[in-house]
Design a protein around this ligand. Sequence first.
Ligand SMILES: NC(=O)c1ccc[n+]([C@@H]2O[C@H](COP(=O)([O-])OP(=O)(O)OC[C@H]3O[C@@H](n4cnc5c(N)ncnc54)[C@H](O)[C@@H]3O)[C@@H](O)[C@H]2O)c1
Ligand SMILES: [Zn+2]
Length: 702
Amino acid sequence: MTEQKQVADLSADEAAQELAFLATEIAKHDAAYHQNDAPEIADAAYDELRKRNEAIEAAFPDLVRDDSPTKRVGFAVADGFKKVTHRVPMLSLGNAFSDEDLSDFVGRAQKFFAKDAGLEIAFTAEPKIDGLSASLRYENGIFVQGATRGDGSEGEDITENLKTIKDIPQKLVGDDVPAVFEVRGEVYMSHADFEALNKKLEAEGKQTYVNPRNTAAGSLRQLDSNITASRNLKFFAYAWGDYSALPADTQMGVVEAFSRWGFKVNPLMRCVKSVEEMVAHHTLIGEQRATLGYDIDGVVYKLDRLDLQARWGFVARAPRWAIAFKFPAEKATTILEDIEIQVGRTGALTPVAKLKPVTVGGVVVSNATLHNEDEIERKGVMIGDTVTIQRAGDVIPQVLGPVLEKRPADAKAFDFPTHCPICGSPAEREINEKTGKLDAVRRCTGELICPAQAVNQLKHFVSRDALDIDGLGAKQVAAFYEEGRIKFAADIFTLRDRDAESFKKLKDQEGWGATSVRKLFDAIDACRMPELDKFIFALGIRHVGSTTAAMFAKNYGTFEGFMAACVAAGDGDAAARESLLSIDGIGETVVQSVVGFFANAQNREAIDALLAEVKPLEYVVASAEESPVAGKTVVFTGSLEHMSRSEAKAMAERLGAKVAGSVSAKTDLLVAGPGAGSKLKKAQDLGVETTDEQGWFDLVGR
Ligand SMILES: NC(=O)c1ccc[n+]([C@@H]2O[C@H](COP(=O)([O-])OP(=O)(O)OC[C@H]3O[C@@H](n4cnc5c(N)ncnc54)[C@H](O)[C@@H]3O)[C@@H](O)[C@H]2O)c1
Ligand SMILES: [Zn+2]
């Protein structure tokens, strides 16, 4: 972290500048966290930003901005959801970070109620569940609407999703259920469910989640409630919004009513009467934290009597009568025994610290991330060092840095490998085209052959814009990989020769009848002469998407031509490099990537094996005499049955046509599939020729 000036040393200008920066920065993290369920920094680091903002605002009250983070809660509703206006705002909580903060809080309460002679002020202490809050509206005891907090005044309508959660009763029971009542609480995911879900996603080759909180949020804020239903989310009730009557006059009493009505309430909730009791309960909950089976990130204290809550009131984003005492990030020191390199499914090399096992916050830690090679350098850690590690909440443990006084004489600097430890391919750091700086991540260049990347690559190879083999989708190809039937792309095409016998045995099992096996082999055969652009795209070269692949195809005409240019450029042939760079729309990043890919001897071997089975077609741009659409401007609209939109575009371009996105007087032909709307109407109005998909195929002779 950069050196920060003490707030007292800031000039007004500097303060204003920093407040502006913090407003933008905090808003950015709020969006990542609340709207996208994908935070970019740890909660502790985020809390630091907020603390700094509050400190500067306190010192410079005139400079408080209209868009100050202290005036806002959460983040606005995401697209795709219906909005729900909260009749009673859903707020955040003030924070305490130390015993002193807690005792200040109690002191403020005592001062506020100083005139009430003999008043005993009691608080509830409740675990702060680390999930996301939801508001559930019941009318005559029936669950009618549920929403997220959103920005506090407007949330997202997630009624259907909430209905799939077993802990949320559809109907409340009891004779004290008011006519209208909004129960609020936390939707969360247990550690066990989180781990099981990640295992499953991993097996399917999908992106895994970072922590249970974001998983719960991501699972609940789904447009498809079937997904929510499959996630086994849970719910604790602890607060309320709008109501026609209250079942009790204390916090504790209302939560007890929730339990009677059919909700789950947290068993660790207590009543406490002094700072000592508050601190003791905080310690007790902290000790149980690791064994609860779900994440909590602190303890919330609330004034117990509701009449006192009402008298003490609110500030902009939180009640005055409540405070959250967060658990500090847990730290420990241990020995860094080794640094191991893991290769991710996209080829990224990540250094992992192998630690002498140590208990941090009740959990035994023996691995921690070191992020990347610059981080190792920046932290200056050496193998053999005693290092400080930190677990902030549920986040993966991090190495903070070495304890230099304890560095042994034989501590070894870590040489970051320049080759992939899995496949031996060179591992490279790209130069960022815009900044000219090295990318933080070093990546394996063995896209085609690296076992760490294999499943990802195979899935890409058969994907829709690549070879698109009928009956061999992402799931199937991953299963074949697991079963050892396929290792590399080329193996798909030798499957029949190598594996026909074992496929026969599969008959009747897992739905692999003789017919479906034959169909699969036929479908594979049908892909032995792929379009050149699809083939180049299928190789999964970093930064080569389908548009880029099409540009290469168009420019070089044959796969051999394209490969020769890349290989030559890799051997230092400046003209070849120029020819790559001269293609309109192709920049340094792509060239670095294709050159690196073909410079890798193992990739080239894999390509030879592939070319023995597959013959990509030559890319011929039809001349005007041969093509009825050469030089014409074509627009596709509506849904196409036999080709994807990108395939249609590629075909038209190959035939010398220009493909436009909208209809104008310059349009020569509109190809309209079912569901075509305004474009079709406009074409008809302008007298532009129109046809359907079949008409298009007839026209171009396919
Ligand atoms: N890492 C990031 O980039 C990032 C960004 C934004 C927010 N955050 C994190 O999100 C949190 C801030 O968001 P916030 O405004 O929701 O504040 P908060 O989470 O600190 O406190 C308010 C929330 O606590 C929850 N809560 C759990 N148990 C409760 C209980 N028993 N009683 C009352 N409330 C309870 C409710 O959902 C309530 O909305 C912080 O933990 C912050 O670190 C992180
Ligand atoms: Zn590799």
